[in-house]
Ligand binder design. Structure first.
Ligand code: AMP
Ligand code: MG
Length: 475
């Protein structure tokens, strides 16, 4: 049984369109996430295997579900697109998790919706498995993210450059409200629905603000901080989202829309994987700045609600502008905190920036693997003796033992991450019907901070012939 508790369908009709999953022809279940199902109070044992295959492929609509596709707009690579929406995703309903909070259950790749335009609404198996493994890895790394509840093959061919097997991914999110959802109503001058959306989102994500007199400003501030906290965490594990468009920017602070995302192997400040990011707009080290830019778009959209009573438009603009200076500083301080911990510093300060910079420059100049080099610092040794000396002196200055510094580092420097070449290999094998690597990766990535020599091969960077240079969007 899934106890649905749907709320989005009660919003005005401009918020969504009815949609029926249609991609499953001869479905086959790939995976169900038992522990997440349990957390969501879903009793899997009440379903037959056929029912589960049906549910996770979109063939069977569980009772109480109300399938819809969400309307939104968004800035894609800086350009506003007023007509977007879920083109290949269908929200089947919401449930209450064991924490008392509301969660969306969404099928991705289950067929056309009112927002599909010329797209087919389908997904091939590759992006389904990639999002499954990477989002679950992200969760185990302790980074806020949407999660994987299930995956199925549809039995239907999907036509891309090749003919590929189709798949459906079932994703769980605190909500699928994006910066682009606010832009959708703001750009239409529809302040009434903008306010309805805002009140709905506050009730869903920040219900303690429901009755606060300045709730919109505080809400906005929280979204900002959640997003910048998230990006600083991405930076700490070398994650590059790849398509940080405003329609892919969740207001819950969860990592959303795993398209051409990737974790980098050797460190490079300007690393880009996405085949469509030709100018490096979403390069590794640009992510903080881009997050602030995306949130400036949100500020514009929310402006009619952010202006306080008795405040002139000019005053409100001025206030928000100065808030943005603080937000950039906030991100810088979060980044410093994250990178400091990776070097064993409990309280990194501004004066530690050169030391961190020196280390990262070394990694870039010497083509060093980001994850493995950071992890190896738990020996308190480093090949560059000049750095090592300064670093150990700095560690000595803090009132912590070496053991404490080491355990701090081990808690933030993962032993194993989802490496691109392993992900690609996993997808290649699965397309041929072999899911052993998919299952192995899921298992190995469940304890990413734990040193386990039997998983050594998953910690290795790619050989020259395994390097993944480009990643592609989820379509
Ligand atoms: P993305 O940036 O990958 O999240 O996608 C951007 C937009 O394109 C979203 O509105 C998607 O719903 C839509 N889209 C992507 N792939 C497809 C597809 N195969 N069919 C229909 N719409 C799609
Ligand atoms: Mg998207």
């Amino acid at each position: 049984m899934i106890k649905f508790n749907n709320s989005y369908t009660k919003l005005p009709e401009q918020f969504y369109g009815a949609a029926t999953p249609s991609a499953a022809v001869m479905p086959r279940l790939i995976a169900v996430n038992d522990s997440l199902a349990k957390f969501l109070n879903i009793d899997l044992s009440s379903y037959s295997q056929d029912d589960l295959t049906g549910i996770f492929s979109g063939k069977l609509i569980p009772s109480g579900a109300e399938p819809i596709a969400l309307a939104y707009s968004g800035h894609q690579f800086g350009h506003f697109n007023p007509t977007m929406g879920d083109g290949r995703a269908i929200l089947i309903g919401e449930v209450i998790g064991s924490d008392g909070l509301q969660y969306d259950i969404q099928l991705k790749g289950s067929g056309k919706t009112p927002y599909s335009k010329r797209g087919d609404g389908r997904s091939w198996l590759g992006p389904v498995l990639r999002e499954y493994v990477v989002s679950e890895a992200m969760y185990s790394l302790g980074i806020p993210t949407t999660r994987a509840l299930g995956a199925a093959e549809t039995g239907e061919d999907v036509y891309r450059e090749d003919v590929l097997p189709g798949g459906v991914f079932t994703r769980v999110a605190r909500s699928h409200i994006r910066v682009g959802t606010f832009e959708h109503f703001a750009s239409r001058g529809d302040i009434q629905n903008l306010k309805i959306l805002c009140d709905y989102a506050i009730n869903r994500h920040d219900s303690d603000l429901n009755d606060h007199a300045d709730k919109y400003n505080i809400f906005f501030d929280r979204i900002f901080k959640r997003k910048l906290d998230l990006v600083s965490k991405w930076m700490g594990v070398g994650f590059i989202h790849g398509v940080m468009n405003t329609d892919n920017t969740s207001i819950s602070g969860e990592t959303l829309d795993f398209g051409p995302c990737a974790f980098m192997d050797h460190f490079s400040y300007n690393k880009v994987f996405s085949s469509i990011d030709t100018h490096g707009r979403y390069a590794y080290s640009n992510q903080g700045r881009i997050a602030v830019w995306n949130l400036s778009v949100l500020a514009n959209a929310l402006f009619p609600l952010l202006q306080r009573e008795g405040e002139s438009q000019e005053e409100a603009v001025k206030r928000l502008e100065s808030a943005f200076d603080d937000y950039s500083k906030y991100y810088d301080s979060k980044w410093l905190e994250v990178m400091g911990k990776k070097l064993g510093l409990f309280n990194a300060t501004e004066s530690d920036r050169p030391l961190i910079g020196q280390f990262l420059n070394y990694l870039e100049e010497h083509n060093q693997d980001f994850t493995n080099i950071f992890r190896s610092l738990n020996t308190l040794e480093f090949v560059d003796k000049e750095f090592e000396k300064e670093w150990l002196l700095r560690l000595d200055l803090q009132e912590k033992t070496q053991e404490e510094a080491i355990s701090l580092m081990n808690s933030v420097n993962p032993y194993v991450i989802p490496r691109n070449h392993q992900i690609e290999k996993m997808i290649r094998l699965a397309v041929d019907g072999d899911y052993t690597l998919f299952e192995k990766l899921l298992k190995v990535l469940q304890n990413p901070y734990e040193e386990n020599v039997s998983n050594l091969k998953f910690t290795l960077p790619p050989n020259n012939d395994e390097v993944v240079k480009r990643t592609f969007c989820g379509t």
